[in-house]
Design a protein around this ligand. Structure first.
Ligand code: NAD
Ligand code: UDP
Ligand code: UDP
Length: 317
């Protein structure tokens, strides 16, 4: 039985990059936060500053196994997000996406809790429709090295909508486009952290392929605001809804933007393009604007400035 007015919020993957920002926001908003993580790609460092707060609780747990707790809202973020991490144990990645979703949906059903799924622009695969609208069904290889993540996340979306149809679970699905900011793991191979760390260390900037592929980069604070608005939306708003920044940049442009701020002697070097690497990606955010009154506020240069400052401190440069 609930005896406090504080909402009890579960954040799975709460010790990761986005999860840690979300835990912080949930505490600042006056909630009672349970962070569940198995530390596969997250770290205690990301949440160490929250540990003294009596309304913050950390549980080491793998979401592939059932979890019996009493909560009002669930943000399901548990899943490695960078290609290097999700490809290092691909079977575990599929299990986390699918079994994790099933367990968290079972938990939501029993608790009559709202549940938000951190889905991804990867459900669009290597998109043939540009920019990507939620109505696009995607272009995904079922047997490639990215499939564990892409198909895992697609199956999780299916489970969310079947729990809605079969059990009337109050679901919210957001499709996150590339997001960056403080607490990204410096070795997880994502492009923003790689380029910033390389630039700060004066190392070569590794461009995969010819660098003409595009991505759209959203700053973490903007994304978290989108999560919160989605969770607060009317029951009829289930998504999927794209959350991302529609600014679109080639990897060469991203490298130049970072080098302009960092300065230094780094050169661009070209490396092979990984298999199935999407050629282009940009969210159509019409639905987010309409249903959530949300759009990103922080442009690439401003977000990079904050992220570079974080990595400078982190690397003690
Ligand atoms: P991250 O790797 O920093 O965080 C994921 C967290 O989940 C980590 O703390 C990890 O230890 C934890 N985790 C992994 N497997 C788990 C398991 N079986 N049980 C419990 N915890 C587990 O990644 P992130 O960038 O913070 O991504 C968070 C979520 O957002 C992921 O679901 C990801 O798919 C989604 N997403 C992120 C982006 C992005 O650009 N950052 C883009 C699209 C989708
Ligand atoms: N589950 C859980 N916590 C709960 C309720 C369920 O982890 O509080 C798990 C449960 O063990 C099962 C999954 O969620 O593996 C799906 O539960 P559901 O009740 O939908 O299905 P069933 O138990 O009938 O398979
Ligand atoms: N990339 C790159 N150099 C790097 C890391 C990544 O050129 O050091 C490219 C990668 O090939 C992809 C893009 O940057 O085209 C984004 O990669 P990331 O791993 O960050 O995310 P995702 O491919 O999942 O969008």
């Amino acid at each position: 039985m609930k005896v406090s007015n504080r909402k009890r919020v579960l954040v799975t993957g709460g010790a990761g990059f986005l999860g840690s920002h979300l835990c912080e926001r949930m505490l600042n908003d006056g909630n009672d936060v349970l962070c569940v993580d198995n530390f596969y790609s997250g770290t205690k460092d990301n949440i160490a500053h929250l540990m003294g707060n009596p309304y913050f609780e950390l549980m080491r747990h793998d979401v592939c196994f059932p979890l019996h707790v009493e909560v009002d809202e669930i943000y399901n973020l548990a899943c490695p997000a960078s290609p290097v991490h999700y490809q290092s144990d691909p079977i575990q990645t599929t299990k986390t996406s699918v079994l994790g979703a099933m367990n968290m949906l079972g938990l939501a059903k029993r608790n009559k809790a709202k549940i938000l799924q951190a889905s991804t622009s990867e459900v669009y695969g290597d998109p043939e429709v540009h920019p990507q609208k939620e109505s696009y069904w995607g272009h995904v290889n079922t047997i490639g090295i990215r499939s564990c993540y892409d198909e895992g996340k697609r199956c999780a979306e299916t489970l969310f909508f079947d729990y809605k149809r079969q059990h009337d679970v109050d679901i919210k699905v957001v499709r996150i486009f590339n997001t960056y900011g403080s607490r990204m793991h410096p070795n997880d191979g994502r492009v923003v952290s790689n380029f910033i760390v390389q630039a700060l260390r004066g190392e070569d900037i590794t461009i995969y392929g010819d660098g003409s592929q595009t991505r759209s980069f959203c700053f973490a604070d903007d994304l978290i605001e989108g999560f919160v608005r989605m969770m607060a939306s009317d029951k009829g708003v289930t998504g999927p809804i794209n959350i991302g920044n529609p600014g679109e940049f080639t990897m060469i442009e991203l490298a130049q933007a970072i080098l302009k701020q960092v300065g230094g002697q780094s050169k661009l070097v070209f490396k092979p393009l990984p298999q199935d690497d999407p050629k282009q990606r940009r969210p159509d955010i019409t639905l987010a604007k309409h249903h959530l009154n949300w759009e990103p506020k922080i442009n690439l240069d401003a977000g990079l400035e904050k992220t570079i400052a974080y990595f400078k401190k982190f690397l003690a440069l």
